[in-house]
Design a binder for this molecule. Structure first.
Ligand SMILES: [Fe+2]
Length: 312
């Protein structure tokens, strides 16, 4: 039986809803969580030549991952071409617009502080029930203002290498990389870029790695697997996640992972102060290793950074 914690992006049975307005087709994967509307995910499937006009948001954070296809991105009037595996992270008031260059481009979206699901429901309600209203200037001005969205003039663009834009995170990009015991952790998005609410890391995990969170704690977790196979055990449910699967773990659900095939996993809502933890652990190990020795010292250290892992 299919687990309630597993979201297979490729299986419509796992979508919360689907909205196709003739241009874009949205598969809602998760809903925003908690006061900061964190961990909302959807896929938008675009046709070749579709576009998102130049705009910016006064609030909220957008992280886009190109799961399939090819996109021309314009950010701060700088234009570049992005392909599958590239990620974009946008903080509030970053101007951006896109042209989707390949039929069936899969634009995998992660939102914080936006509630895009409600936005899409609103847009479809207006378009389906009130002919022409969506394009009426005064209505549109109020609609966009409530959506905290600012439409911009088409920019005069300058072509740029994608690596030159700090918003673009190529597969090679990492702010900091840490390696230990079959695990490689690569920081893709910093806490300073998410209003201090989360971090985004990619974990490359070798076959055989086992991780456990055996003590219940009050955070939501959101993982996105792009490579390999991982067996998850969450409370009393067990399942295997494969590429293009999302795993959402609610609070107070003890969980374990066992890597069955070399895997790449994004931690999309990392509640741990993980960069600080890894830097401080490196520092203490080099300068004063005695501090981490003795009964309970390691878990005391981890909890200081909101890290609830119990074995690795
Ligand atoms: Fe946007």
């Amino acid at each position: 039986m299919k687990s309630k914690y597993l979201i297979r992006t490729f299986d419509r049975n796992d979508w919360l809803f689907e909205l196709d307005d003739g241009t874009e087709c949205v598969h809602q994967l998760t809903l925003p969580i908690g006061p900061y509307e964190k961990n909302e995910m959807s896929d938008t499937i675009y046709h070749e030549g579709d576009s998102a006009a130049y705009h910016q948001h006064t609030d909220g954070f957008e992280t886009f991952y190109i799961a399939k296809g090819c996109v021309e991105a314009t950010i701060r009037s700088k234009r570049c071409i992005l392909t599958a595996g590239d990620m974009i992270h946008l903080v509030p008031n970053t101007p951006h617009g896109f042209v989707f260059l390949e039929e069936g481009t899969v634009w995998r979206e992660l939102f914080q502080g936006i509630n895009m699901a409600q936005g899409i429901i609103n847009k479809n309600r207006i378009k389906n029930h009130y002919e022409g209203l969506y394009f009426q200037p005064e209505f549109r001005r109020r609609y966009l203002s409530l959506a905290r969205n600012i439409n911009r003039e088409p920019p005069v663009c300058e072509d740029t290498a994608k690596e030159a834009l700090h918003e673009i995170r190529t597969p090679q990009f990492s702010y900091s990389t840490y390696r230990f015991g079959g695990i490689e952790l690569r920081q893709k998005v910093g806490r300073w870029e998410c209003g201090n609410i989360k971090e985004i890391w990619q974990a490359n995990l070798n076959k055989g790695v086992r991780l456990s969170w055996d003590v219940p704690y009050g955070e939501w977790e959101l993982f996105y697997l792009t490579k390999g196979k991982i067996r998850f055990t969450i409370l009393d449910e067990e399942f295997v996640a494969e590429p293009d699967c999302i795993v959402q773990i609610p609070p107070y659900c003890v969980h374990r992972m066992e890597v069955l095939e070399d895997a790449a996993l994004f931690d999309y809502g990392c509640p741990v102060n993980l960069l600080a933890l890894l830097e401080d652990y490196t520092s203490i190990s080099a300068n004063d290793p005695q501090r981490l020795q003795g009964e309970g010292k390691t878990s005391e250290f981890l909890l200081k950074y909101n890290c609830n892992i119990t074995s690795w």
